[in-house]
Design a protein around this ligand. Structure first.
Ligand code: SAM
Ligand code: DTB
Ligand code: SF4
Length: 332
């Protein structure tokens, strides 16, 4: 993958139709063709690509911690941490450095190789950056890879995170540009792209993906994958989340997506971003082992590991060990 150029090929997010996609490396129409393939053909192609670029049967483990929880001013329709929805999430001010380091040590002892710190902010203030940079340096000193997801970054903030030792910044595009405003109104797609460019320019690896199962069409899923795959360079890490439906959020009660559509989305991410780590992210606790196995077959090679995501549940580590054993998967 060519290293940071930070140029995005697609810069008109509200105008992503096939007449502008001719110049894209992955036109939406091509991704739609992938998603429409007979299931076995799609999975065969995804697994073939996977084996060209990755060690088969190896899954990377990242552990999440919410360093600041709830009370977020944004209105993301899926999120239990938005202050305006009544979801029962207890607000939690910034955790102490000691609490974060203790959790990171425990994650490392359990076998995680990356520790991801999330905060329910629209974006960090300078004093937040000062605190989080201390956490990043301390976690890095434990020999873990570091990741942070703190919302939108202003010029100069990504450089500070990078200097502290941040390896990855997670900032999701979440869905296709044409339906973004149905999910979130307090920021727009271009805001997200701008932060991704800040991250790229600072030399931090980009972790960027989206959420599936929000009532979107297959075409919209193709639109999300096209946005991700046409970033130049495409993200090093691509989390594909399944919506975790939380009571009190606007998306609670959305018709549940056929799990095989989720698997198809993973496969399309693998094929279009062959070198990326594709992370089977939120929603795993609600998935059967068979569906998770299909996701690994479709090219997912990273998971969130530990019994909690940010505020919602994730499979117990023992359950994951048992699944890995059953599937002959190794962790790293
Ligand atoms: N506030 C920052 C932001 O929005 O970028 C960082 C934290 S935010 C919780 C990180 C990501 O979690 C979101 O971009 C979204 O993709 C994912 N997420 C949040 N709630 C979710 C849910 N209920 N189901 C699946 N993914 C979710
Ligand atoms: C990502 O793409 N998924 C993670 C991580 N990046 C920060 C977050 C999932 C959150 C699920 C809802 C919750 O636990 O609050
Ligand atoms: Fe806030 Fe992030 Fe949740 Fe949106 S996804 S409400 S920005 S914490």
């Amino acid at each position: 993958m060519s290293q940071p150029t930070a140029n995005f090929i697609e810069k008109q997010p509200n105008n992503i139709t096939d007449n502008v996609s001719d110049s894209l490396r992955w036109p939406i129409s091509q991704i739609q063709i992938l998603l429409d393939l007979p299931f076995n053909d799609l999975i065969y192609r995804a697994q073939t690509t996977h084996r060209q670029f990755h060690v088969a049967n190896e899954i990377q483990l990242s552990t999440l911690i919410s360093v600041k929880t709830g009370g977020c001013p944004e209105d993301c329709g899926y999120c239990p941490q938005a202050a305006r929805y009544h979801t029962g999430v207890d607000n939690q001010a910034m955790l102490s450095l000691e609490t974060v380091v203790t959790a990171a040590k425990a994650a490392k002892d359990q076998g995680a190789t990356r520790f991801c710190m999330g905060a329910a902010w629209r974006g960090p203030k300078q004093r937040d950056i000062d605190e989080v940079t201390g956490m990043i340096s301390a976690v890095k000193a434990l020999g873990l890879e570091t990741c942070a997801t703190l919302g939108m970054l202003k010029p100069g903030q990504a450089e500070q995170l990078s200097m502290a030792g941040l390896d990855y910044y997670n900032h999701n595009l979440d869905t296709a540009p044409e339906i973004y405003s149905e999910i979130i109104t307090t920021r727009d797609y271009q805001d997200r792209l701008d932060t991704l460019e800040e991250v790229r320019n600072a030399g931090i690896n980009v972790c960027c993906g989206g959420i599936v199962g929000m009532g979107e069409s297959r075409h919209a899923r193709a639109g999300l994958i096209a946005q991700l795959a046409n970033l130049d360079p495409y993200p090093e890490s691509v989390p594909i989340n399944h919506l975790v439906q939380v009571e009190g959020t606007p998306l609670y009660g959305t018709a549940v997506l056929d799990p095989l559509e989720f698997v198809r989305t993973i496969a399309a991410a693998r094929i279009t971003m062959p070198k990326a780590m594709v992370r089977l992210s939120a929603g795993r606790r609600e998935m059967s082992e068979s569906v998770q196995a299909l996701c690994f077959l479709a090219g997912a090679n990273s998971i969130f590991y530990g019994d909690k995501l940010l505020t919602t549940g994730n499979p117990e580590t023992e359950q994951d060990h048992a699944l890995f054993e059953k599937l002959g998967l190794r962790s790293r």
